[in-house]
Design a protein around this ligand. Structure first.
Ligand SMILES: Cc1cc2nc3c(=O)[nH]c(=O)nc-3n(C[C@H](O)[C@H](O)[C@H](O)COP(=O)(O)O)c2cc1C
Length: 174
């Protein structure tokens, strides 16, 4: 079985917690957890199956000049990474009650960044299970990854992660 790389950030919050849940679902020894803080994005090329974990926090996005986000240094060099032939799935933390018009926007920002690098993006999710007004994470009526709302629906996280990883194992050819 090809090893999966779970690249996540920031550390110590909801993204971190969910990244560990995803790794647990893949089973011991099947997935490496890699915090993107101070890491070289070339590390992505070590894996053929990749999971990216992010959160949506206001104005922070790939083009932002905010320096507090742990993704910034990693994303700065990501344009030189070749993801051709690699399966990539994204999960994104958000809050659909406080930010109903921007729910998990970072899912879409991530998709737009990774797709041109040749990535085959998998793990799309139906939006019916969520209650929001708008999201940049949608393409053709589907979320381009898994939205997780630890702020207002933490009780749904475990099942969402379980179902999504089951789908990914299939997409990844496990
Ligand atoms: C300043 C701030 C801005 C946020 N903006 C959004 C947003 O635009 N859309 C959204 O879905 N969630 C938004 N959130 C909610 C976070 O994505 C959510 O709390 C997430 O679980 C944070 O995970 P982290 O602590 O691992 O970064 C925001 C949270 C904060 C603190």
């Amino acid at each position: 079985m090809a090893k999966t790389g779970i690249f996540y950030g920031p550390e110590k919050g909801s993204v971190d917690r969910v990244a560990h849940m995803v790794a647990k679902e893949f089973g011991e020894g099947n997935a490496d957890l890699i915090s993107v803080k101070d890491k070289d994005p070339k590390l992505l090329e070590n894996y053929d199956k990749i999971i990216i974990g992010v959160s949506t926090v206001g104005m922070t996005n790939w083009n932002s000049e905010h320096i507090r986000n742990e993704w910034d240094s990693f994303s700065a060099g990501i344009d030189k990474v070749n993801l051709k032939g690699k399966d990539v799935a994204i999960f994104c933390l958000g809050d659909q009650v406080t930010y109903p018009e921007h729910f998990v926007d970072a899912l879409g920002w991530m998709y737009d960044k990774l797709k041109p690098l040749g990535a085959n993006i998998v793990g799309f999710v139906d939006p019916d299970d969520y209650d929001f007004t708008d999201s940049e994470g949608l393409r053709n009526g589907k979320f381009v990854g898994l939205p997780v709302d630890e702020d207002t629906e933490p009780e749904k996280t475990e099942e969402r992660v379980k179902n999504w990883v089951a789908m990914l194992k299939n997409d990844f050819g496990f």
